[in-house]
Design a protein around this ligand. Structure first.
Ligand code: HEM
Ligand code: HEM
Length: 423
């Protein structure tokens, strides 16, 4: 075999590191649930995406300052290979930038905290660019997949058909090189396993228990609102009466000391917001609730013992237009005369990582009680915290928006909240 002229060590490390991250990032992008239940996956996706951006800028700098081996091939295929490489550089930088643009212009204004540690500021772009950024992000992803197919096909063609040892140019030389490659592969497999296990395990383990508690809760809520469907007295013993939740909690959590500790109560401070966004024939309808309140008992260090209840005065919903607000109060929407209040009560709260939490609970709205997940972050320390969070609600499940006036209205309604709380 002829002597191989290789890429520099830095170029090889960056090539494979970025290739690995990109493959995982595209898969995660397509796989993550596109609602608030995917909050943790979104945050991970954004963190890896910004890491790819940083590494790609380093790689671009490296490419400009370090010589690369002369091309093996001229002619049309040589030009195609060059075009694919150039396309990859554009992709590696444009992809994270469009992702960053799409979260910066999202009306929901969800904060990004990279790896749960570093807050990522929004880019100064208007909400009007949201759709463009979203489409660009999706189409670029498909463009990346096409480049990948061409690139790998080219590499395999060289390896198997032309037999010109091109692959060796992008691999390390000798024993040390093979050890580095093997080490990299082990780290890669470890990381992929970690991501996939980390993503699925908590959800699965809480499902059955959560469904049970949600059922019990649904009956309690029905009673409290005078909507008595049954009068068995065992319903009187529910979860919320429990001051020391040891029995309920210790099946799921193996931390008796933290579970037994009384979580502190937090008072919601004035000035917070509770907003909702619905999409009507593609256009965003932004509204808010003026009156809502809540009881929060939670130790941020031991969220499993938290008990949170939020009550929303539905008649205080406003879209900023008197006609539409009247419609919201009417029978097709909230029917506030019969169902003045929506109540969300937590059933299982857990920390996703750092200051990010996920809370399963039961939402009772317009006579229907269903499980509903909320995600939120806590900023600050001591006895004052800033809470920001969101949820995606399936309005059809609660029969909100039934008549012809709701035609064109998307089923998913995004709800976001932000407030300060003190203990
Ligand atoms: C998403 C994944 C990948 C990306 C983004 C990517 C990107 C790139 C880029 C931009 C170059 C040009 C390097 C430069 O001149 O600066 C390159 C070269 C190369 N890549 Fe990849 N690559 C990926 C995956 C792969 C895979 C899976 C293989 C092997 C099957 C591979 C094999 C090679 C080889 C052999 C070269 C050197 C080509 C030459 O000597 O002209 N790449 N890659
Ligand atoms: C190279 C880096 C990246 C790659 C390869 C990538 C890939 C993807 C893919 C394949 C999707 C699914 C598209 C769809 O189903 O419509 C997606 C969605 C998304 N990405 Fe990225 N992404 C990257 C970086 C980022 C960054 C840096 C951010 C934000 C800071 C971001 C935010 C998002 C969001 C919010 C969505 C969901 C969009 C929606 O609601 O449809 N991405 N990404």
């Amino acid at each position: 075999m002829q002597a191989v002229e290789r890429y520099s060590t830095g170029a090889i490390i960056l090539h494979w590191l970025i290739a690995l991250l990109l493959a995982g990032e595209i898969a995660l992008g397509f796989a993550m649930p596109k609602d608030a239940s995917g909050f943790a996956e979104y945050q991970l996706h954004k963190s890896i995406g910004i890491t790819i951006l940083a590494l790609s800028l380093v790689r671009l700098g490296w490419r400009v300052t370090h010589p690369r081996p002369a091309s093996l091939e001229g002619g049309a295929t040589g030009v195609l290979a060059g075009a694919v490489h150039l396309g990859f550089y554009v992709f590696m930088i444009a992809m994270p930038l469009t992702g960053w643009a799409l979260v910066s212009t999202d009306p929901l204004d969800v904060p990004t905290i990279l790896y749960g540690v570093v807050p990522l500021p929004h880019l100064p772009l208007g909400e009007g660019l949201n759709n463009l950024a979203k489409n660009a992000h999706e189409w670029l992803a498909w463009g990346g997949v096409a480049l990948f197919v061409l690139h790998v096909a080219g590499a395999l063609r060289h390896h198997f058909l032309l037999n010109d040892n091109l692959l060796a140019r992008m691999t390390f030389d000798g024993k040390a090189g093979r050890a580095l490659g093997a080490g990299g592969a082990i780290v890669a497999v470890g990381l992929i396993t970690l991501f996939s296990v980390g993503g699925d395990a908590p959800e699965e383990s809480t499902r059955p228990e959560q469904a049970e508690v949600a059922l019990a809760d649904a009956r309690v809520v029905g009673e409290a609102s005078g909507d008595v469907k049954d009068d068995e007295s065992e319903v009187e013993t529910p979860v919320e009466e429990e001051a020391t939740p040891t029995e309920d909690v210790d099946e799921a959590e193996a931390e008796p000391e933290t579970a037994a500790a009384e979580p502190s109560s937090w008072a919601i401070q004035p000035g917070g917001s509770l907003r909702f966004t619905a999409t009507n024939s593609g256009a965003a309808l932004n509204g808010s609730f003026a009156n809502w309140s809540g009881d929060i008992a939670m130790d941020p260090e031991a969220p499993q013992s938290a008990e949170i209840t939020i009550r929303v005065d539905l008649a205080s919903a406003t879209l900023g237009d008197a006609t539409q607000d009247n419609m919201l109060r009417g029978g097709d929407f909230f029917d506030t005369a019969s169902f003045p209040q929506a109540v969300w009560r937590s059933t299982a709260v857990r920390r996703v990582s750092g200051n990010r939490y996920e809370a399963d609970g039961t939402l009772s709205l317009k006579g229907v009680s269903r499980s509903q997940r909320i995600t939120f972050t806590l900023q600050g320390s001591g006895n004052r915290r800033s809470v920001q969070g969101s949820a995606t609600i399936d309005r059809n499940a609660f029969s909100v928006g039934t008549g012809s006036s709701a035609e064109g209205l998307a089923g998913a309604v995004e709800v976001s909240f932000a407030f300060d709380a003190t203990s």
